[in-house]
Write a protein that binds this ligand. Sequence first.
Ligand code: FAD
Length: 473
Amino acid sequence: MTTLHQHDPEVEIQQALHELRGKLSGSLIEPQDPLYDEARAVWNGMVDIRPRAIARAGAVSDIDVVLDAVRRSGMALAVRGGGHNIAGHGTVEGGLVLDLGPLRGVNVDARNRLVSVQPGATLADVDRATAAHSLAVPLGVISGTGVAGLTLGGGVGWLTRSYGLSLDNLDSVDVVTASGEHVHASEQENSELFWGLRGGGGNFGVASSFTFRARPLPVAPLGGNLFYRQEHWRNALVAFASWTRDLPEEMNPIISFLVLPPAFGMGDEPWMVIGLAWVAEDHQAGLELIEQLRIAAPPDEQEVGPTSWLDWQSAMDAVFPKGSRGYWKNVSFSRLDEEVADVLLGFVSEVTWQGTGIDIHHLEGAFGRVPEESTAFPNRSARYWLNVYGYWRDPAEDERLTAFARKAYALMQPFSEHGEYVNFLGAELGQQEPDAARQAYGPDKYQRLMALKDRYDPHNLFRLNHNIPPTPV
Ligand code: FAD
């Protein structure tokens, strides 16, 4: 009997969960718990997955406790920060979720411009803490997103041209590896792991702390939105392409095609919006640049002026509530000429309110100056990155809007450059997309990431991610 029980996986799982209940300083939430449905939910409402239990961390030491339970029981593990992952990797059917969401501490060392961030912090947590010192860490554009997942994959937002991706601003990361080892990774220490953590997602361990180099923030950055009706899109696209040639890197533009929220009172037609963040004290220079674009492509509506950084960073939050459904695809490209504009115009007008939207990030600047080989992020030479995103509510729309994302992606393929951004990459429900990571990173970086995986996670404990599988033994 005893021997049988020792090898019964179910008995080992029950034993591990029993021990977890006693050892966690946070809480273990199981299906019978009234909090279970809330605790299992991630941002993407299409991800309706029932884990065996959710371990909500109460202290960083809970990472060790959970990894130990997983190693001994063989339970599948999902690691969750802000829960915004589109592919639903922040949860796992029948497995154990390590939810780091409660660990949201941010410490700003203003004198040295270093910011240390716990793994459950959201963008809002960091922005609030740093703005108080007139500093900022380059992050994304929706404030409830988790710093952890965002940074390990990349991190594009309103400071990307000025200061690079979130991961370009990492000074170091503390990681607990699959074997339970605590490793400090930086340019100086464990530099190969540091290379892989900057783009390779959650493949190599649980990040227990991130230290960022913060950047100076102007007293009031200049923010603006130029709104275009459909009949002006072609001209605006062509004007934008020539305006972005040699654009000073204090200017950070993102084009969005979307139906604006009803509160804007701008009807239910799709708009092209050129969002602009000028990150410098000298507003006059920014205004003059924006004026050049306005002359080449006069907007139908506009708002330009000094803004509070915290307001700017949360301006679109209400559009993307938790529980929205989404399947996302992305394409990097450099041409934005008449031919590409024609292709874009063939599908961008199909965006709908609480449906889909399309963003085009203009890159280059500090992002493009980072040498291709210095991080695992897949492509530094693309001038633009297009993201087709979903934020619909009605499950009956799943098939149609998922197909739209795939269509947009397919239409842009003739112009796409190498590499895909893993954080803007969905997974079709119930389907594995086995080559997604290889395609995202490209063959050379994929090989280098596999070598790291062999070293730090040879049994693929961390597989709920755009997975880099270890070399089969
Ligand atoms: P989670 O689902 O919690 O985690 C994602 C994955 O990261 C996990 O599955 C795990 O593999 C890994 N992970 C998380 N925490 C850890 C940890 N501590 N250690 C190791 N691995 C970990 N991206 C941008 O670049 N810019 C944007 O402006 C932007 N806006 C977004 C807006 C919305 C509404 C949404 C839904 C997503 C947005 N994204 C953006 C994409 C975002 O970067 C990814 O979804 C990212 O995975 C979110 O991280 P998270 O911690 O919230 O997610």
